[in-house]
Ligand binder design. Structure first.
Ligand code: SF4
Length: 325
């Protein structure tokens, strides 16, 4: 771990610890660029099914440029250009788009597609899959849609008793997970699952992605030193919400999620000397800069960046747009 050399502001005693890595991951970067390139190549409007990534600012900015966000592929007009979000879609959604002759571009993160492929492979091999994830999340719907009959959702410890009884006698049982979960919480669920299902097999590799893991480690590295942790991210962003939980579990006195700097409540700063800042994987850095500028106005002018990992991953654009990158 490295950090810039710094000490609390001698004038105010107030300090900011800035977690790194934070913000945009390779999958989000690719998804947003996919939509921007599609706008350039084909012109507005470009239709996007669901939010391209779970961030209010990103969605509003793209909407201003001529993107129309819809809930279902069937809402786009016949033959339109349609981008599927970073969270991935089920085969049924692709069929729906094909039925309307949509020009589909899949911006699913390759790390989500990797989980789709695992689900398909284990389904084909006759496994039943305990899929750890949050009910209703788009990634979960898309992933489970690749094996509707053999995938069973585990949404928290409390959902374990409600799993189908026949799974106890099922010899081929494996767990997989959503990419943006808390690492610690997921391992706790796996431990409990193994008590009920001793035959449960581990996946060949982690499904929780590098970006989710790195942002959680970076928050843990500073949380204990923080009276307050501010995570920049939207409430529907799974990995951002997890960062708030991780901060509290790792020792931050208080932790809040904000989309924008103006949502910071002055009362949160009462008696606070050290503030930790991080941002979810779908958050552009401009929003973190806004938070830093606002806090500077309250005397938090000493910023120390604490880096726990270097990230160099870049994903190629979807093939149809690749020459444009
Ligand atoms: S958070 Fe992880 S899985 Fe999701 S888009 Fe980013 S890299 Fe891909």
């Amino acid at each position: 771990m490295s950090s810039s050399v710094s000490s609390p502001s001698p004038e105010t005693g107030k300090k900011i610890l800035l977690a790194a890595p934070r913000g945009y991951c390779a999958g989000v970067d690719r998804a947003v660029e996919t939509v921007e390139r599609a706008l350039e190549e084909y012109g507005a409007p470009i239709y996007v099914r669901k939010e391209i990534v779970h961030n209010r600012y990103v969605v509003d900015t793209l909407a201003d440029k001529g993107v129309i966000f819809v809930d279902e592929a069937s809402e786009a007009p016949e033959g339109a250009h349609m981008v599927f979000s970073a969270h991935g879609v089920s085969p049924a959604v692709k069929e729906e788009a094909a039925a309307k002759n949509l020009q589909s571009i899949d911006a699913a993160c390759p790390l989500v597609t990797k989980v789709h492929n695992e689900v398909k492979r284990f389904d084909k091999q006759g496994f039943h899959i305990l899929f750890i994830g949050h009910e209703g999340h788009e990634e979960v719907e898309g992933t489970m849609g690749h094996s509707l009959d053999r995938t069973h959702l585990v949404d928290g410890l409390e959902s374990i008793p409600g799993l189908p009884a026949f799974l106890a006698d099922e010899p081929n049982l494996i767990w997989l997970s959503q990419t943006t979960l808390s690492v610690d919480e997921t391992m706790e669920i796996v431990r409990e699952l193994k008590k009920v299902y001793p035959q449960l097999q581990d996946p060949p590799s982690d499904d929780i992605c590098y970006a989710t893991q790195n942002r959680q480690v970076a928050v843990k590295a500073i949380a204990e030193r923080c009276d307050l942790m501010i995570v920049v991210g939207s409430t529907n962003s799974s990995n951002s919400v997890r960062l708030v939980e991780v901060a509290l579990q790792a020792g931050a006195t208080n932790a809040y999620l904000v989309d924008y700097a103006h949502q910071i409540d002055e009362a949160w700063l009462d008696g606070v000397e050290t503030i930790g800042i991080s941002s979810g994987a779908s958050v552009p850095e401009i929003l973190v800069t806004g938070v830093l500028e606002r806090l500077e106005g309250y005397g938090f002018d000493d910023v120390e960046e604490v880096t726990s990992a270097a990230e160099k991953i870049v994903f190629a654009l979807p093939r149809v747009l690749r020459t444009a990158r």
